[in-house]
Design a protein around this ligand. Sequence first.
Ligand SMILES: [Zn+2]
Length: 392
Amino acid sequence: MTAFEPQLEAMRGEALRQVQLERLQALLARLRRNVRRSRDLLGAARVESLSDLKALPMTTPEDLVEAFPYGMFALPLREVVRLHSTLGPEGRRLVVGHTRNDLRHWGRLAARQLIAAGVTASDVIQIRFDSGAFTPSLGFLLGAEMIGASVIPEDSLHVDDQLEIMGNYRATVLITTPSNARALAAALAANDRDPQSLPLRTLVLSRPVGPAEREALASGLMAAVRCSFGIGEVVDPGIAVECECGRLHAHEDHFLVEVDNGELVVTTLTREAMPLLRFRTRIAARLEEHRCDCGRAGVTILPEARLDGRLRVNEVPLYRHQIAAVLDRTPAAGRPFRLEIEERRIVLDLEVSAEVFRDEMRVLADLRNDLRSEFLNRLGVEAEVRYVSPPA
Ligand SMILES: [Zn+2]
């Protein structure tokens, strides 16, 4: 096994259960002491063994909205060194805090993924996300620095420039979103350029993709593909590591994972600033126990669809509710609307009255432009607006 923390990643049986139980008890003590909501919910509940977990109260994304901004924090702000904004239910903003130790742990968990992908201190890593605030870029930056690789962090760049930098700096590893990887593969194909002319040999994706897409990216970029897995409200990446056998092993020394009614539920065992007890992730998943050839012991997570209607457009997560809110802010825009989600943009069919449709084409053209820039500025997505007359 090529692993960053081989002993911890292979820990199983009684040794693992003991670590988990001690950390869970410490977590409950911390929550009782410092988070009023948890104190009320936990009452006199005690944990003598890990099976007592099932009786403990759950935490939902709606609870995080209610506690916004700092009600879920278990430490005073002076001990929190990083605040990340993430998307909650219906597009509401949530805040995730990290202490220095949280960042250190996060870096180690990201490093586990990089080492499992075969990355070494001699590699040059291009990290490329559309926005620097996208947490995978920050997590992988910590992880890459921890293993001593050379990092080229990059914000939005034209794919041609990205390819040029990759060639000139001899980047052997690319960490990015599936859509950026697809755009690079398409640019190579369009220019009739052999992907083997690039120094790239490993591609680490920000989220899991299906087998067909994985295969297409592996051959389009001539690179070994690994997918990371994280949860915005906890850490992303860093919940699990994809091993050389293609399994996503949960980091069970840092998280307890359960599936309740088909939904992945995560308890943080080591997080200090914002520990979460039995957090309902709104991700459908299955768990499988394997004796994996890689030697890692963590239970395999098989994530499936989102359960909360979260959409993804050009890697930007969003909810229908946010689209409706943009239309509400633009009084001239018609309601209701019909929505099509394309890979890189949304297409909106708006109803306008027959008179407007006939008489005011110029007004409609202005409105279309206004809406386009509203969607881009507020939600970060391209929108194509089409007008339809209401049903008679
Ligand atoms: Zn494995």
